[in-house]
Design a protein around this ligand. Sequence first.
Ligand code: NAG
Length: 413
Amino acid sequence: MAKAYILISSMWILAIQFLIMVYKSDAKVPAIIVFGDSTVDAGNNNQIPTIARSNFVPYGRDFTGGRPTGRFSNGRIPTDFISEAFGLKSTIPAYLDPAYKISDFASGVTFASAGTGYDNATSSVLLKQLLGVPIQQSLPLVELDIDPGSDDVIPLWKELEYYKEYQKKLKTYLGEQQAKERISEALHMMSLGTNDFLENYYTMPGRSSRYNVEQYQDFLVGIAKNFVKELYNLGARKVSLGGLPPMGCLPLERTTNIFGRNDCVERYNVVALQFNGKLEKLTASLNQELSGVKVVFSNPYDPLLNIVRQPSSFGFEVASVACCATGMFEMGYACNRNNMFTCTDANKYVFWDSFHPTEKTSHIISEYLVKHALAIGDHLSVEEVKGCQEVEKGEENIFELFFPKIRRNYAEA
Ligand SMILES: *[C@@H]1O[C@H](CO)[C@@H](O)[C@H](O)[C@H]1NC(C)=O
């Protein structure tokens, strides 16, 4: 048994290495441009007055130099791995980080902001929650100089404003024509939505008194649709719409599921599945409607659920609680260096803090998305897609073993 496991693990590692090799030769995607929330924020929130931060240890302890960057991870985040898989740089810098300039951003940039959502209202709920409860001493609100009337984090519409500013800078840097080409060939990735449900709809009274959850989903899908159209009008032609994870399995939600024996909160997973179904439909309709566009749906739901359900198949030991602190509640400022419960080896944990995956989980999911969504979406050349199919044939059992359900779906599609 142990032997078989070691064999499978090393086959898996080999397969990943081979995939990376195959994808690295790509030249068709010259840049990755990212919009979204904490799943893909590389430190934009460090530059704005908000409590949604992670630029302190133990965040980043497995990042190059053990440096906390503002990524909500012990190391890199999915878009970093995806960038590397496309043969681009191994980390995507945050647009607001003064350490980088347009020459760095020309091959990849993230406008993402932890805590944001599709819904404008989501970007200020953290602040409202804070103002509504007795403020904990540890939260440096005064230091941050927060204005209670303002947004706490960057709303999605503002990420788009930054993107417009970026395009101007890119034109100055590369010249008009080259900048246009760069934009049309760049992969634009969107990863957000979990906060709209968990931090906003199911936590604050506003939206849930106005919409039932299906209506709220439609409201968000409408915003996603307009956003992709805006990107298209600005010259983008390759867009990845990110699906929701099985958000009922995030440790924070499991902790509160006392009557469900701390298993995943089923109703949140159902909402994620419904919403993902709508995003998938949206993907199809956008491809029909916008000529010359290639939109793909990058869905982490099934691979992450597989990892949570069979953690040991992936070399993990713990999926129900996170590495940082008690693993039950803590994220952001509550996950800090003073917490002596933090685990020593994050690679044994599926989740890093109560809301975010470890670097290892992000790596596995990213490889899956590159292979099953981003490459299929013609972002790679035909040769490379062929290369993937050969990998698939040769190493069939690996994906069969880890992602049986997905493989079936994919084969049927
Ligand atoms: C969100 O806010 C921006 C800026 O005020 C506004 O332009 C946009 O229409 C709002 N979006 C929605 C869906 O209300």
